[in-house]
Write a protein that binds this ligand. Structure first.
Ligand SMILES: [Zn+2]
Length: 233
């Protein structure tokens, strides 16, 4: 598999003896090469350290954007469409998010921490079951209208590794956990997949189309990187 190299600048110096790699605070990647090392050789070095580069960039992003708090316990916090909700566990209650951002979820009284986590997972799952299709479906309809890009079918799935996909038959598949993201992020993911109806790749023209319909796409994409843990719990 080809590794996609992160964007980087190559800086050469005659005095330098070894290759070095730096991730700046603005996330720029600087590859410093001695004069006798070719670009290709330098880029192979970069390829072997891609994981480290992405990890460093993600740490910087986290500091910039602030990761959403997820604390799965009574009185803890869970995100819901951009709101930082307080978790409240009550026996026998129907899962819901109140207007003042309380996430009510059913759990037995005096549940152990493990039991609380289990109930929170189940409760959120039911909440998503009920609310994801109406919410995401409505966003898809509006954004299809606004962009003029129309898929054939919407499928919601519980992906663990991605937020959405688009098939060559026009089926848009979106991650139901988008309900835990900010609404702007949901819109970006939908626009991203809609743009794949026109370009089934991540080429320049694809990103130009995304930019046209979602000018803030970089910010939303970065937010997803920082909050990738929302795919995991
Ligand atoms: Zn894509």
């Amino acid at each position: 598999m080809l590794i996609e190299l992160p964007e980087h600048e190559i800086v050469r110096s005659a005095r330098r003896r070894r290759i070095s790699l730096e991730v700046r605070h603005d996330r720029r990647v600087i590859l410093r090469l001695p004069s006798h090392i070719s670009d290709e050789e330098g880029q192979r070095f970069l390829a072997s350290r891609v994981d480290w580069v992405l990890r460093s960039q993600n740490e910087m992003l986290s500091r910039e954007h602030g990761r959403l708090p997820v604390h799965m316990e009574q009185g803890g916090s869970m995100p819901w469409l951009g709101r930082d909700c307080t978790v409240e566990l009550q026996p026998g209650i129907e899962p819901m998010v109140t207007e003042d951002s309380v996430m009510l979820l059913p759990a037995p009284t005096n549940a152990s921490p493990e039991m609380q986590q289990h109930c929170i997972r189940l409760g959120i799952d039911r909440l998503i079951d009920r609310e994801a299709m109406p919410f995401i479906g409505a966003r898809l309809r509006e954004l299809s209208e606004r962009t003029g890009l129309q898929g054939t079918t919407l499928v919601l799935k519980d992906y663990r590794s991605r937020w959405g996909s688009c098939s060559n038959t026009g089926t848009i598949t979106l991650n139901r956990r988008l309900m835990l993201c900010r609404p702007e992020v949901v819109d970006y993911v939908i626009v991203h997949e809609l743009c794949h109806l026109r370009h089934l790749n991540h080429g320049k023209r694809f990103w130009q189309l995304v930019e046209k319909h979602c000018p803030s796409w970089r910010r939303q994409r970065d937010w997803l990187k920082v909050n990738a843990t929302l795919l995991e719990f």
